[in-house]
Design a protein around this ligand. Structure first.
Ligand SMILES: [Zn+2]
Length: 322
């Protein structure tokens, strides 16, 4: 969520700050406003290429590199959410503040989990800040998905996997290759993002871009927002096979048309959120995004740490960037 802190620095906001920190390239975070300077990781800059105005001043430090800004030192640290996603650590003479931004501690087949930042004040996302959001081991989910794919292939079905086009779809591309031995067809936007992952050294396996070529494979990977009964019908007609579809998402209780849901999230679940805070040992916790008030209550009650929701305006950010 966008906000300004401390003076002159904005985070994931299009506000005209002296320095704008961009955590990652998902559209609710990667906002290029009129700040004097921007700071983000090199992969984030690559994903945001089309949004960057000519002449914009953009710093792309390495993870863990300290950059001086007025009285503060700022560093970016891997948040394990998508390629290039960053946590921020802001240090000055009085205190340290860490911003997890969107993060997960759990590693995946294409990404390591986040490191924990120790700080006096911790601003932590709380997308899944309720105890019912406890995800299984990722390797177990891959195994269940692979078994579901193979069963449906035996039944002569065409497989459609849905996931967010940046982050999840790249994991699904690698999953198709590594766990199913399939070179999938992918939507154009996913193809573009796959190429940027590969440019930064992440190997995803083989795939081809969707172009009237459904007969060339037995699997299609599409952005989740395109899932509809109509789309599945069209895929069935063009592939000349009945379709089996699934969605990779942390929103376990959400219904999608004719699709199974596998809990493959790019956000921390409730146990990971609590683990992060225990390891970070902050004096104060500020929660943001999703279940922020509920999670702040848990932190106060269970961990006996001062905690509050950063803002009450954030409930509208419950989106599908998972
Ligand atoms: Zn995100």
């Amino acid at each position: 969520m966008p906000f300004c802190f401390p003076e002159g620095i904005s985070i994931d906001s299009s506000a005209g700050a002296r320095l704008s920190l961009i955590s990652h390239a998902h559209s609710d975070h990667g906002k290029m406003g009129n700040a004097g300077r921007h700071m983000m990781s090199a992969p984030t800059k690559a994903f945001l290429h089309g949004k960057i105005k000519p002449g914009a001043k953009i710093l792309t430090p390495e993870f863990n590199e300290k950059i001086e800004f007025e009285d503060s030192k700022i560093s970016l640290h891997d948040s394990g959410h998508i390629l290039g996603s960053a946590q921020f650590l802001i240090e000055n003479a009085e205190s340290t503040t860490a911003f997890t931004n969107d993060f997960k501690l759990q590693g995946s087949i294409i990404q390591k989990g986040a490191e924990v930042l120790k700080a006096d004040t911790l601003v932590i996302e709380s997308t899944f800040g309720m105890p019912e959001y406890a995800f299984p081991e990722r390797n177990d989910v891959y195994a269940q998905m692979a078994s579901w794919v193979k069963q449906n292939l035996r039944n002569k079905k065409f497989i459609v996997l849905f996931g967010y086009a940046l982050g999840k779809a790249q994991e699904l591309t690698k999953f198709a290759n590594e766990f199913c031995g399939i070179s999938p067809i992918v939507h154009e936007k996913i193809y573009e993002n796959n190429k940027i992952y590969e440019k930064f050294g992440v190997k995803l396996g083989e795939y081809s871009m969707l172009d009237h070529n459904l007969s060339n494979s037995s699997m299609l990977i599409m952005p989740t927002h395109m899932l509809s009964a109509d789309l599945l019908q069209i895929v069935a007609e063009y592939s000349k096979r009945p379709v089996a579809s699934c969605v990779a998402s942390g929103w376990l209780f959400r219904n999608y048309p004719h699709s199974k849901v596998f809990p493959l999230s790019d956000h921390a679940d409730f146990p990971q959120l609590m683990h992060y805070i225990r390891q970070a040992e902050p004096k104060t916790v500020l929660t943001t995004h999703g279940f922020e008030r509920e999670f702040a209550n848990y932190v106060r009650r269970k961990l006996r740490i001062s905690a509050r929701a950063l803002s009450e305006q954030n409930q509208s950010f419950l989106q599908e960037f998972v």
